[in-house]
Ligand binder design. Sequence first.
Ligand code: ZN
Length: 247
Amino acid sequence: MPDAPTQLAPGVHRLGNALVNCYLIEEGNDITLVDGGFPGFRPQLDAYLRDRGRTIKDIAAVILTHAHSDHVGMAEGVRSDAGAPVHVHEQDAEMARTGKVHKRDGSMLPYLVRPATWKLFLAAGRNGGGRTPDIQELSTFTAGDLDVPGRPRVIPTPGHSPGHVAFHLPELGVLIAGDALCTYNPLTGRRGPQLMAKAFAYDALQMLASLEALESIDAKLTLFGHGEPWDRAPAEAVAQAREFGLT
Ligand SMILES: [Zn+2]
């Protein structure tokens, strides 16, 4: 993917770079930012909004699939500049407030020989990934529909992090899977539907079990924290991720 934002469907936009995605969902004049990418994505967001005749003030809410730093990114800056609340699952709230990450279910060591891993580190470094501002004010949720533009339905998918969720936007036919699965593994560079590595996960077996929650969802487009959009049924992506298994 070029490092330029694109409209994927009416009211659905992808931002970020080749390694890390975040999304905008429009409902009328109001916008929800889904995940905050890296802090360094902010100029791209501002420029994209400007090109579309919009400003940061049109962002009415920020929602996080989880609170890892490559998803919190610019959220605090957007919160304070737009006056937009940041919403996260209560199990990830402490991580969003402090940046303190849970235990990991696998070692990073085997990945340190992988060029893809270094590409990710480099991209994180260039985009302020090591200096993600903590979220000063948070709104937490556990389940249900969020009262934000797009009215996303929360699909709890714990495992990658304790409070990881996916967001289903039934009216748009869109599923935002976050890191419950991906189509690009940022540690190995492998493409196609798969689970994120154990080295990034809080509980890998729970992550595997959480795929069940996505299987039955009806969506034309499934979007990920890492990798290209998927335009077949979520169940097909889940089947491929299960077949490949844990890494
Ligand atoms: Zn991620």
